[in-house]
Unconditional design. Structure first.
Length: 101
C-alpha cells in the first residue's frame, strides 16, 4: 500500500492544494509503473468531498480516507452527499431505481 498525505507534516494543518495532490499522484503512478497492479494507493488527510472529486478524475486512487469531513454535519447528510455527489457521479457505485439513499 502506498499512502499520499493530503497535508504537510511540517506545517500542522496546512492542506496541499488539489493541483499539487494531482501532480504527486501522477509522479507516483509513473514511479510504480508496471508494478502498479500490485499496489493499493490511498489518499489520507484533509480529504473533502471537493478534493476527492478532483482526485477521482485521475482514476489512480484505490482508497480515499476521510474523517472530519464526514462529521462536519450530521452523518446521514454527509453520507448521502458522498454517495450521490461522489460515488455515483464518478461511477464507483450505481444506484438502482428502487434503491433508497
Amino acid at each position: 500500500m502506498v499512502q499520499i498525505r493530503g497535508f504537510s507534516g511540517a506545517q500542522q494543518g496546512e492542506k496541499y492544494p488539489a493541483d499539487y495532490m494531482v501532480k504527486r499522484l501522477s509522479e507516483l503512478t509513473l514511479l510504480v509503473g508496471k508494478i502498479r497492479e500490485d499496489k493499493l494507493i490511498n489518499v489520507d488527510g484533509s480529504m473533502s468531498l471537493e478534493l476527492a472529486t478532483e482526485l477521482a478524475k485521475t482514476k489512480n486512487i484505490d482508497w480515499f480516507v476521510s474523517g472530519s469531513a464526514l462529521f462536519a454535519e450530521p452523518l446521514d447528510i454527509s453520507l448521502h452527499k458522498w454517495e450521490s455527489e461522489f460515488l455515483v457521479k464518478n461511477g464507483i457505485i450505481n444506484i438502482g431505481v428502487n434503491n433508497k439513499m
